[in-house]
Design a protein around this ligand. Sequence first.
Ligand code: 2M8
Length: 446
Amino acid sequence: MQTRSGYDDRAATVDGALWRQAVDTLEANWEVDHTVPSRTLYPHQWSWDSAFIAIGLARVRPDRAWRELRSLFAAQWSDGRVPHIVFNPRLRPGDYFPGPEMWASTDAPGASELATSGIIQPPVHALAAERLWRLTGTSEAAAELARLYPRLVAQQRYLARRRDVGGGGLVCLVHPWESGLDNSPAWDAPLDRVPADAAVMRTYRRHDTRFVADSHRPTDLDYARYLALVSSYRERGYADDDLAGRHPFLVECPLFNALTAAAEHALAAIAPVVGADPGPHRARARALTAAIVDRLYEPASGTFRPRDLRTGTLVAPRTVLGLGPLILPELPAEQVRAVLAEACSPRFGLAERMSRPLPSHDRTAPDFEPLRYWRGPSWINTGWLVWRGLREHDRPALAAGLRDSMLDLVGRSGCHEYFHPETGAGLGSPAFSWTAALTLDLLQTP
Ligand code: 2M8
């Protein structure tokens, strides 16, 4: 039913005002061939944002959803990496920091001809493609899927072959930005060991604090360390050999790795449609699931936590990253029980009727910050991933409780980037794309 300037508005009957707000947000953020996360804070194309956005667009504009994925993968590097930002050449320098001049990606061997960053983000794209295919199923969708499949396979191959720095079968991240949960307390200890001086930030102009209060964003010292990591990686042309010997930040993240395994499951579902063999994808998903349990699960505390490869230990904070493995269909029963216990504890407050939204960090921890991004506030994408995990493991009442809590949040406060984990007030960008997109998906999945 295409009724509103090309939009399928079936879900308008579910909650008209919310549906319209979400569609309007995505429409306002559409830019030629992709959707910006936010016109002000994030005016280029971001990798995992595009995947979440495609999942929402699948509900209303599947043509744009495919276009979104196509434009992102047009910037894929020859080694298979999908860069975390694709810069819009039509914007002026200074419209985002750190911009293309800092990354200098086009000097790197095998990089895209388009200006991009040199790091990656969680691979949610195969999930998005599978979803799009299931929802549309047309011959055009089959053709899109056939074009995308080899690129998705190359993305996974990059992760498996170039990023297993620890040698245990998991993907290693070289920058907190690669996790997508950039400022999570999970990264504090590994980041503390990156040598940097906050004074270096006097020579740059931060873009984020033009729009959001300093107290909601990473500190200047955090930014100095982020830039030191960019320089360390860039100086060797973003090469991944010998990272263990030279790069100061190396972590294995449970959410990133769970999404990498989930991508293999999605590719196994896609493979028969494009005439490929699902077997190797299933085998890799199984091996990744086993490695996540083996390397990132601590039986004594019943938690999944990131491993810091510099110290060989699991980091201390209990963040929402630890709930990520719930998305794995083959997660053993013991770990499913443990993740559910963690999620339903006072740390995260998951319940059939939730009194407060799901936070990004343990709300009982002394360093819980309700306003600073990724250090406490509630985000719709992490909530959506946990919701998917609850459905996967057949917990309909908890899934419904989380869904209601997310829709209530967006319904009351709007399509904000994130939300105050106690009051539900909207924070960050007020017109944020993945919040809008995933709201559309939630509205249509009772
Ligand atoms: C945030 O990250 C960017 C850097 O990549 C930033 O703070 O400037 C994160 O929330 C990240 O997960 C997200 O993809 C990006 C765009 O929404 O913003």
